[in-house]
Ligand binder design. Structure first.
Ligand code: ZN
Length: 191
């Protein structure tokens, strides 16, 4: 096992456990506010083989995205049209199950996010969701609609998410693992 020091971005917040993720080939470690530096280092070391494996996979994703190429404007237009057909129906299906209303639905092609929900209940979704399994789309729809109840990512928020969509974690993970490849296909200059 290689024991070189792995560099990472540390984000402290009011969470209870240490966690980590690989984003764009970089390691992000999330830690509780009062977690000591030594504890964080030990945590990273204990997971080093997982981290290196994930980083290798992240490189592979970049390569795959490069191979698949940047999306062209006509492809983006088609994805948006498709999304306009599909996504509002999924929103319409889940909103009453969650017990919320919503405003406008906008479809975007973005490099950074899959969906959003404004305080007025206007929803926005990334057309790249059309390139993911339907369950992934549903997980994003449920996530954004649950923000109509909780404008945060609290336990209460996730309780609502899991109540409506028990498989949420599985498909959210899919998006974390495979979503980067899709996002990398968006041409520069779109945000
Ligand atoms: Zn959210």
């Amino acid at each position: 096992m290689m024991m070189e020091r792995i560099s990472y971005q540390l984000i402290r917040s009011r969470r209870r456990t240490l966690g980590m993720e690989i984003r764009d080939g970089r390691l992000i470690v999330r830690a509780p506010l009062r977690c000591s530096g030594g504890e964080i280092e030990r945590f990273v070391r204990a997971h080093s083989s997982w981290i290196l494996r994930q980083m290798a996979r992240s490189d592979l994703q970049t390569a795959r995205a490069e191979q698949a190429g940047r999306l062209e404007e006509t492809q983006i237009r088609e994805l948006k049209q498709q999304a306009m057909q599909v996504i509002p129906k999924r929103v319409q299906y889940y909103a009453p199950l969650i017990g919320v209303d919503y405003g406008r639905i906008t479809i975007r092609c973005q490099k950074t996010r899959w969906g959003s929900c404004s305080s007025k209940g206007n929803l926005s979704f990334n057309c790249l969701l059309m390139l993911a399994p339907l369950q992934v789309l549903d997980s994003v729809v449920v996530h954004e609609l649950c923000h109509r109840k909780q404008m945060n990512h609290s336990q209460a928020f996730y309780r609502e998410v899991y109540r409506v969509f028990p498989e949420y974690n599985k498909w959210h993970r899919w998006l974390k693992t495979n979503g980067a490849v899709l996002l990398k296909r968006v041409p520069d200059g779109r945000s």
